[in-house]
Design a protein around this ligand. Structure first.
Ligand code: NIG
Ligand code: FE
Length: 403
């Protein structure tokens, strides 16, 4: 297990609530790592004697931040939808393409037809690019199988990523993404299939159960039944909610005390109050609105109402083929009304809250030693220089895995 003493940190973002400001920044800092966990954090001139002999890494004045926690992705998929992207740029809407059998359904067909080793290899390449751009924990959903075997194959693929890429993967079962084409005239049977034949096995492979509750996907009643049954198999509730319209998904998330409600592009004040009261984390995707040419997510409204906000890539082949959380941070500030410090917090500690990972997304005694050294002296350069990869080094569990 790795031991390390990082010195010469010009600006250390700790996200430690015991320190000043949202980000708990410490200037001219050092971080001691013992056994792959953070053991001590503070000014460099006060490193305790017991840590002074650890192998030293001089950061030469650069900024160090917690590794990004990308709390919502559809990383495992077959095929590619660049053609649909071009159609959208020519004026067709996401909903029109979906209603015509494209969209999610076309990725379902491609995923079913992709063998397991190709599925894994493609997912590994994406995960590698994520790690290389600073993501140390990623959530991965199923949802492009929509039959028992392919859904489970997707969850197994998600788990296998960690054999090849040193980042943490948290799996989510999204068998209720859309009703697959073969059940279009009998959606009740598909809901029954999920509840009776998928949830028990999914519960052994995933932490969360997610439902896409929106026009063209699942109704509030269907989502409630699925998420209630999922809880019996130990799966925590999440919802794709209020992305395409006022679906009632956000209110259902509040009613169920869901861990997260994701997208949230259409919200009433009552929805927001409900999410705040339920302690549900709002997970937002500035890249999705950009890709769909829609209004940016209401990050400012949610933050000001006291809802815990996370931002994530939503990496998927349709609405956001984005792997880089630095771009998400840039857009959260440039389009969605968050300040640089709020955006960085939402990409790190907010993401960890969305995944219920208490030791991630901050840097302090007892936290994971998942750290990113920037090729910059301040985190502010992330939104200031969108499109530039500012990651100099990634440290996972105290070991340099990208440098
Ligand atoms: O999070 N909203 C539903 N699901 C995905 C889109 C998936 C796709 O288009 O393939 C999302 O945006
Ligand atoms: Fe999604």
């Amino acid at each position: 297990m790795a031991d390390l003493l990082l010195t010469g940190i010009g600006e250390l973002v700790t996200n430690d609530p015991g320190r000043d400001g949202l980000l708990g920044v410490v200037d001219d800092a050092a971080v001691a790592v013992k056994g792959g966990r953070v053991a001590w954090v503070g000014p460099e001139d006060s490193v305790p004697r017991e840590f002074r002999q650890l192998p030293e890494l001089d950061c030469a004045g650069r900024a160090v931040i917690p590794g990004f926690v990308d709390s919502h992705t559809h990383l495992v998929f077959g095929g590619n939808r660049a053609d649909e992207f071009a159609r959208r740029l020519r004026g067709e809407s996401y909903e029109e393409i979906m209603a015509a059998g494209g969209g999610i359904q076309s990725t379902v067909e491609a995923t079913r037809a992709t063998d397991s080793s190709t599925l894994l290899d493609d997912a590994v390449q994406r995960a590698r690019r994520m790690l290389g751009t600073g993501t140390t924990t990623v959530e991965v959903k199923s949802g492009y199988g929509l039959d028992r075997d392919t859904e489970l194959r997707m969850l197994e693929t998600a788990a296998s990523i960690t054999e090849y890429v040193p980042l943490d993967v948290v799996a989510t079962f999204l068998g209720a993404h859309v009703v697959p084409a073969e059940y279009r005239d009998d959606r009740e049977s598909y809901v029954g299939l999920i509840i009776d034949q998928m949830l028990a096995d999914a519960g052994k492979l995933a932490v969360f159960c997610d439902v896409f509750c929106d026009e063209g996907a699942f109704t509030v009643d269907e989502a409630r039944r699925i998420l209630t049954a999922a809880a019996d198999h130990g799966l925590q509730p999440r919802l794709h909610a209020n992305q395409l319209g006022h679906s009632g998904g956000a209110a259902l998330a509040a009613e169920l005390g869901a861990v997260t409600a994701d997208h949230l592009d259409h919200l009433t004040d009552a929805d927001i109050a409900g999410l705040e009261a339920a302690g549900t984390v709002g997970v937002l995707f500035p890249t999705v609105s950009l890709s769909l040419n829609l209004e940016p997510p209401p990050a400012r409204r949610l933050w000001d109402a006291g809802v815990t906000v996370a931002i994530a890539t939503d990496c998927n082949p349709g609405t956001s083929y984005v792997e880089n959380m630095q771009l998400v941070i840039a857009l959260a500030t440039l389009t969605s009304g968050l300040t640089p410090e709020e955006a960085l917090w939402a990409a790190t500690r907010g993401g960890a809250r969305a995944l219920q990972l208490e030791d991630k997304g901050w840097i302090g005694p007892g936290s994971a030693a998942d750290l990113v050294m920037l090729e910059a002296d301040s985190y502010l350069e992330i939104p200031y220089r969108p499109g530039t990869d500012l990651v100099r080094m990634v440290i996972k569990d105290g070991a340099a895995v990208v440098s």
